[in-house]
Design a binder for this molecule. Structure first.
Ligand code: NAP
Length: 370
């Protein structure tokens, strides 16, 4: 059993990472580090997890909340032998600063989030693409939600058909549901051409350098980022061939837009009935009917057969299984296949998620026994 500290562990990503780790039978949460005394610390406290604050001035407020044994960073460092790794889920920029301030000087392995630059870590990570490269690394960055979602699908298409060129238009959610300060229209931005997502994909799939182009804008939606992809493939394929690759791609969910899922609100409605927080960890290729093969002549991109599809990314949770796998990868706890399988099983990924029928997803998952 390896112990993990979740740093910045009471926000959107941190609380989900905490709960996912608690689902693993080879890991536990040693403690949660946060800054201020807020109601969000009460759940980890109730779960028996030790809370540490980075801000000593907040200690009286934590005690007022009923957390009498609130710890400081000095307390955390004194117990250094009790934990193996830190998962940093702090807001953009804080993680990179923590690497310099604490993790490197103290020799603690750490996982950063996609809000940090690629250069802040030794590598950028996706479990399916480059799990083995993380073994023994001290600082690893799990790429952002949109990059994670894209990598899963692009990697599957690339392995099956080869990718000559890929481009996407991404409509980003303006805020997470609880971020009232950005509501409702203050979060909207004009489209940015050549958004960072293309280069970010290349930090993991480096052979696609110069061959992925993305544009993005923010809208006032809160649930899901929406992608429209067009991918020029290395060889001719039929729509059925493309669909069959997507059907078995690791952590990819193919949902029809017919019947129940005619809009993304219905997908969330369904997920909330079935999963913790209504989280969907997979990349959601939806509506399935958008998967299509085009043989159009591109002007600035190579000619060839194109597969196009729409995709949703459940931004708040999609990186969580990758983080769990990154812990095993860095600490050498399991092979890629074993780790992905364990994570998927523990989080019910690729099991009975598509309606009630057990389905198989990916190379490493087994048919659900439910
Ligand atoms: N939100 C998403 O959908 C999403 C998806 C994928 C990746 N990410 C990435 O994940 C990271 C975290 O994002 P988030 O949305 O989860 O952030 P968030 O909801 O704002 O939560 C951040 C948490 O970190 C705490 N914190 C802030 N500064 C800290 C510090 N110096 N030391 C310890 N704790 C600190 C905050 O506590 P206080 O409340 O006291 O400040 C809060 O509990 C970012 O890099 C982001 O880009 C986010």
């Amino acid at each position: 059993m390896r112990a993990v500290v979740v740093w910045g562990g009471c926000g959107t990503v941190g609380q989900r990472v905490r709960d996912a780790i608690l689902e693993q039978d080879d890991m536990t949460v040693y403690g949660v580090v946060t800054r201020s005394a807020k109601e969000s610390v009460l759940i980890p406290h109730a779960k028996g997890i030790r809370i540490f604050t980075t801000d000593a001035k907040e200690i009286p407020a934590f005690k007022e909340l009923g957390i009498a044994d609130i710890g400081t960073l000095d307390d955390l460092w004194r117990s250094r032998q009790q934990f193996d790794i830190i998962v940093d889920c702090t807001p953009e920029g804080e993680g990179a600063a923590n690497v310099q301030r604490y993790y490197r000087p103290l020799g603690i392995p750490a996982i950063l989030q996609g809000g940090e630059e690629h250069a802040a870590a030794e590598m950028s990570f996706n479990a399916t693409v480059n799990f083995d490269d993380a073994k023994g690394k001290r600082v690893v960055r799990v790429v952002s939600c949109n990059t994670t979602g894209s990598l899963r699908v692009l990697h599957a298409l690339d392995r099956a058909f080869g990718i000559r060129f890929a481009s996407a238009s991404i409509d980003r959610r303006g805020n997470d549901p609880h971020q009232s300060s950005k509501l409702p229209r203050g979060s909207i931005s004009k489209p940015s051409l050549n958004s960072h997502h293309g280069p970010d994909i290349v930090t993991v799939m480096s052979h696609l350098s110069g061959r992925v182009k993305t544009k993005a804008k923010k809208s006032d939606k809160q649930e899901f980022h929406s992608h429209e992809w067009s991918v020029v493939l290395g060889r001719d394929v039929t729509r059925e061939e493309a669909l069959s690759v997507l059907r078995v791609a690791e952590r990819v969910l193919l949902l029809s837009g017919r019947r129940q899922f005619e809009d993304d609100g219905k997908i969330r409605f369904w997920a909330k009935e079935r999963f913790l927080r209504g989280d969907i960890y997979e990349s959601i290729v939806w509506p399935e009917e958008t998967v299509d093969i085009e043989d159009l002549e591109g002007r600035s991109v190579p000619r060839g057969p194109k597969v196009r599809f729409d995709m949703l990314v459940d931004q708040q949770c999609i990186v969580v299984p990758e983080i769990v796998d990154a812990i095993r990868a860095m600490l050498g706890m399991a092979s890629r296949e074993e780790s992905i399988l364990r994570t998927n099983r523990s989080l019910a990924i690729g099991t009975s998620r598509a309606r009630d029928a057990p389905v198989t997803h990916g190379d490493y998952t087994v048919r659900a026994s439910s």
